[in-house]
Design a protein around this ligand. Structure first.
Ligand SMILES: [Zn+2]
Length: 98
């Protein structure tokens, strides 16, 4: 899909969505990033009282076929995802190859 060809129908009309978004439930003109997972915890940044705490998320981009609608999602924050998997945060776990 990233090369401009659909993995499902071989169509060549492919769109890239660089940041997948959701509409905000409360504010009509606001949008929220679509995330694969999230947790509240240390961000890895230093705060005034130690580790800074905040919502830690993994955002996604997408490729969509204009012919059949087939879509692929790609995680944007792979380093963050790897850290989450090590600590078991955000329901992330590593999967070993069989
Ligand atoms: Zn397609």
């Amino acid at each position: 899909m990233k090369a401009g060809k659909c993995a499902n129908c071989d169509g060549e009309k492919v769109y890239e969505i660089t940041e997948a978004l959701l509409t905000h439930h409360k504010y009509a003109n606001a949008f929220l990033p679509l995330t694969l997972t999230a947790y509240y915890g240390p961000t890895g940044e230093a705060g005034f009282f130690g580790d800074k705490l905040d919502r830690v998320t993994v955002r996604v981009s997408a490729f969509v076929c204009g012919g059949c609608g087939y879509s692929e999602l790609y995680a944007k924050d792979l380093d963050r995802l790897a850290k989450m998997a090590v600590k078991g945060e955000g329901n992330v776990r590593p999967v070993k190859a069989r």
